[in-house]
Ligand binder design. Structure first.
Ligand code: C5P
Length: 226
């Protein structure tokens, strides 16, 4: 992945944070598209670190090895595809056990430090829309607009279930609900960069909104700012 050269505080950033399966990724991509900006799916970097670690047999407690992996990730984002070591891992990255491992290694500070500059390098003109857990609090604290996207856990489990079935994976709604709750708990209660709204974030609840409505609401907040 090449991030580009200059990090420029004048380049606008819309930071979208929120829990797993709140629809952040889809919404961020659509908002970026509407504005003609680039997009950063920061969760993909944590998932890629998890996948690279699994491939090398590194356990989720080995801080040093995990931060080395994160620092050396050989990643390319090509349109909708993600390549790790030249291998197309787009589908693999979305698997539940990869997301689970990502959330188990994400509390490690050296790993987060290793990914920080990579994320900031995505800030390129004319603007960036990024999604994750700490975009507005840690990675881009000066973001022009911060959205905290929530949805109740049942709605999120149902969405994740539908996505998996659509892609031909098998899924069990009860298991997904249990996993989402465990992941929310880990992401919210960790000491390092916990999932929480920035003080100046706007909370958008998408439990009863479709993708189009959620995108429109965020664009309206952006228009109000400019
Ligand atoms: O967003 P996604 O589900 O792909 O992220 C996978 C995991 O990576 C999350 O559960 C979270 O623990 C971690 N993550 C993070 N900070 C981010 C993005 C993701 O800690 N900015």
């Amino acid at each position: 992945m090449t991030g580009g050269a200059q990090v420029d505080g004048c380049i606008p950033v819309i930071a979208i944070d929120g829990p797993t399966a709140s629809g952040k990724g889809t919404v961020a991509a659509r908002v970026a598209d509407a504005l003609g900006w680039s997009v950063l799916d920061s969760g993909a970097l944590y998932r890629l670190s998890a996948l690279a670690a699994l491939r090398r047999g590194i356990v989720d407690t080995d801080e040093q090895a995990l931060s080395n992996i994160a620092r050396q990730l050989d990643v390319r984002f090509q349109g909708d595809k993600v390549l790790l070591d030249n291998d197309d891992v787009t589908e693999q990255l979305r698997q539940e056990h990869i997301g689970d491992m990502a959330s188990r290694i994400a509390p490690l500070q050296p790993l987060r430090d290793a990914l920080l500059e990579r994320q900031r390098a995505f800030r390129q003109a004319p603007g960036l829309v990024c999604d994750g857990r700490d975009m507005g609090t840690v990675v881009f604290p000066d973001a022009s607009l911060k959205i905290f996207l929530i949805a109740d856990v049942d709605a999120r489990a149902q969405r994740r279930y539908n996505q998996l079935i659509e892609k031909g994976f098998s899924a069990n709604l009860g298991d997904l609900l249990k996993d989402l709750k465990a992941r929310d708990d880990r992401d919210q209660n960790r000491l390092v960069a916990p999932l929480k709204p920035a003080d100046d974030a706007v909370v958008v609840d998408s439990s009863n909104l479709g993708i189009d409505q959620t995108v429109e609401r965020i664009l309206a907040h952006w228009r109000n700012k400019t």
